[in-house]
Design a protein around this ligand. Structure first.
Ligand code: CDP
Length: 218
């Protein structure tokens, strides 16, 4: 049976991860946070005292990636986010993990009948054949607020100006890179979550995804 693929892309701290987890749970689909792969590659370079912008170091980390070596706490720091976007700008790093993501989407683990992947290029590059594509955005102000809340909730000391600068730099790098830049797929449904809470975003998206799944099954 063909897997039903839901692609959720969007900017940093836009709420795409929260939405993707809710959609996966609701439809009982497998979930892959593709950003965690780039974060893990970035953190493994940093752990070796390396430079995430160095191609050979980053590719070596991508090719030997063992995601089990990282806890969510290791990956969700702002430093990990910055390193992630540095390694993610290197085409050979992206190429090294492309097939893993496609295999997850097309043959989800545990025999699930569908998969939700979130990231920057899922609808455009990894799974252009996805049944449903959503692009999530929010204003910079709102995203800075959300990221500060997330980091403080984890006990990380944060400086607002630093978080803002990191998000801006990450957005600029993610949208301007030559390979797989962050952009909505032509057939993506776009949702601005600036004035919406997570349940509202989920309720609207669930209707869209259910409709797409029904059409894909016809
Ligand atoms: O949660 P947040 O949006 O802050 O970040 P993330 O989704 O964990 O992604 C971290 C970084 O990985 C991003 O800034 C991108 O540079 C990169 N990334 C990417 O290039 N392509 C993806 N499919 C997912 C993440």
């Amino acid at each position: 049976m063909t897997s039903v693929i839901v692609a959720i892309d969007g900017s940093a701290a836009s709420g795409k991860g929260t939405l993707a987890k809710k959609i996966a749970a609701h439809f009982d689909f497998a979930y892959l946070d593709s950003g965690s792969l780039y974060r893990a590659i970035g953190v493994s370079v940093l752990r070796k005292g390396g430079d995430p912008t160095n191609e050979s170091q980053a590719v070596a980390a991508a090719k030997t990636l063992d995601i089990a070596q990282f806890t969510p706490e290791d990956l969700r720091t702002e430093a990990a986010g910055v390193a992630a976007s540095q390694v993610a700008a290197i085409p050979s790093v992206r190429a090294a993990i492309l097939q893993f993501q496609r295999d997850f989407a097309h043959t989800p683990p545990q025999g699930k009948r569908g998969a939700v992947l979130d990231g920057r290029d899922i609808g455009t590059v990894v799974c252009p054949d996805a049944a449903a594509k959503i692009f999530v955005s929010a204003s910079l102000e709102v995203r800075v607020g959300r990221r500060i809340k997330e980091l403080r909730g984890k006990g990380e000391a944060v400086i607002e100006a630093r978080v803002r600068a990191d998000l801006e730099a990450r957005d600029a790098r993610d949208s301007s890179r030559a390979v797989a830049p962050m952009k909505p797929a032509e057939d993506a449904w776009q949702i601005d979550t600036s004035a919406l809470d997570p349940d509202q975003v989920f309720d609207l998206s669930k209707i869209f995804v259910a409709d797409k799944i029904a059409k894909a099954a016809v």
